[in-house]
Design a protein around this ligand. Structure first.
Ligand code: GLU
Length: 480
């Protein structure tokens, strides 16, 4: 048997972290078994589906490295298939047209509520005679298609994550609607139905999805039977929770994969973190791995039943590991768009080698790529504003004299690391001051602050774009 799994997002929003994590598990399982990972866009909800969300989903999956082998298939292009399946169930008497109006359903629900019962459809139109149907039609009522669910039925499956699962037909709310009213005789097919028709047609062997779909699974198993298909394996992965243990929501500041990208996470760091959301490798001390490495080890025996807590600190840590170990040219490529977005200009000598040198300087201080914006601002503006501490530093006795001396010694000689060190030594000697004072004053003058990236390297960078002397002069002027 070839393993065939799928991710089936609805394009009613951007690619959500929960859907993306489900995609990760599907991808890992497919790769582990040398199987196929299929992408299906569930766009039957015409009102809420939008092409830009589809675009966001495809881009997000690709960005994370979750390449798919087949698709994207679009449900909106497969309506004939669903129609045929509805007809088949109608012909076999496994489904029927239900003309109950929304007012009647509402009254039914109210009565059930008054009796303290759970709301359910009472299957009242299950056995309409042709005359009754004709009468309802003549009244102008529209209909939905309902699939028969026997109350006595027991539905049992062995979930690959959760073990034996057992449901009773009576828990499923009565005969289920599989198609809504529409102009057409078979109506507009609904999620729980089309998903089964597609999974059968696409020969999906394992359905891997979030545990919020468990009740759907019970219903869908009955549909597999009715359509005469083999029932696939099911694996319901745990939900992603916030640190308080509640389902992760927009309020937690987490929404879509594109937001994570914008926040400066690397795809490798993010996807690595998502893999750990509910799964752990056999060697649980091993936390940094590629998708390919995780695929070698992946299996449902190591997927937790309990919800997975989303831990920002851990995500940040993992992300920083990827940034700190990335080749500088790649990191430069990744950082440039954030600088551009911040409006930084690459002029006045800020060319590729200079940019890479700057990235080398700041790389170990980055947790998220976007951190590069604030850290390197001083390299992209002509002037700097002095922090209070920097102003204090420049007012220290001997500070201005030291800066003047630096300018004198610097003259027009080209700067190198060795020369920079030498200049500082000379100034310490000539002015008879402590090295610390010279260094702190130089930092204050060049960067406007009293802490920041390596001083000598920062100086070299500023020197290359002709800003060091300007800033030394500006600092001297400001201190007087
Ligand atoms: N379109 C469904 C969703 O986005 C797919 C669920 C499934 O995997 O069956 O939740």
């Amino acid at each position: 048997m070839t393993v065939r799994v799928r991710i089936a997002p609805s394009p009613t929003g951007n690619l959500h972290i929960g859907t993306a994590r489900t995609a990760v598990f599907n991808w890992l399982f497919a790769r582990h078994h040398g199987g196929k990972f299929i992408l299906r866009i569930e766009d039957t909800d015409l009102e809420r589906s939008r092409p830009e969300y589809t675009e966001n989903i495809l881009t997000g999956l690709s960005w994370l490295g979750l390449n798919w082998d087949e698709g994207p298939y679009f449900q909106s292009q497969r309506l004939d298939l669903y129609k045929q399946a509805v007809e088949k169930l109608l012909e076999q008497g496994l489904a029927y047209r239900c003309y109950t109006t929304s007012e009647e359903l509402e009254a039914l629900r109210e009565a059930q509520k008054a009796r303290g019962e759970a709301p359910r459809y009472d299957n009242r139109h299950r056995n309409l005679t042709p005359e009754q149907e004709a009468a309802y039609k003549a009244e102008g009522r529209s209909f939905v298609i309902r699939f028969k669910i026997e109350d006595e039925r027991e539905i049992v499956w062995n979930d690959l994550v959760r073990g034996t699962m057992s449901w009773r037909g009576s828990d499923l709310g009565g005969d289920m609607v599989i198609a809504r009213a529409s102009e057409e005789g078979t109506g507009q097919p609904l999620y729980n139905f089309v998903v089964v028709v597609d999974d059968i047609d696409m020969q999906i062997t394992h359905i891997i999805r979030g545990e919020d779909h468990i009740a759907n699974t019970a219903k869908q198993i009955l549909l597999y039977e009715a359509l005469g298909a083999k029932i696939p394996e099911f694996a319901h992965s745990p939900l992603i929770l916030n640190m308080e243990g509640r389902k992760l929501s927009k309020r937690d500041g987490v929404t879509s994969i594109s937001d994570f990208k914008q926040m400066g996470f690397t795809p490798e760091g993010l996807v690595n973190y998502m893999t750990l959301l509910g799964w752990s490798p056999p060697d649980s001390t091993q936390e940094i791995f590629t998708l390919e490495a995780a695929a070698k080890e992946f299996g449902f025996e190591r997927v937790n039943k309990a919800g997975a807590k989303f831990d920002w600190a851990k995500l940040d840590w993992l992300n920083s590991q990827y940034i700190h170990n990335m080749p500088i040219d790649k990191l430069t490529d990744l950082v440039i768009p954030y600088w551009q977005e911040a409006g930084y200009k690459f002029d006045g000598g800020r060319e590729r080698p200079w940019l890479e040198q700057l990235v080398t300087l700041i790389s170990q201080s980055l947790t998220r790529l976007v951190d590069a914006v604030a850290i390197s601002q001083l390299f992209f503006s002509d002037t700097v504003e002095f922090s209070d501490e920097a102003s204090q530093q420049l007012k220290q006795e001997g500070s201005v004299a030291a800066l003047k001396e630096i300018l004198t010694v610097l003259e027009n000689q080209p700067l190198s690391e060795a020369i920079a060190q030498d200049i500082i030594k000379q100034v310490v000697k000539a002015q008879n001051v402590k090295k610390g004072l010279v260094m702190r004053s130089l930092r204050a003058a060049l960067t406007g602050d009293v802490h920041g990236p390596d001083l000598i390297q920062s100086w070299l960078l500023l020197n290359q774009i002709g800003l060091d002397k300007l800033r030394l002069n500006a600092a001297i002027a400001a201190a007087n």
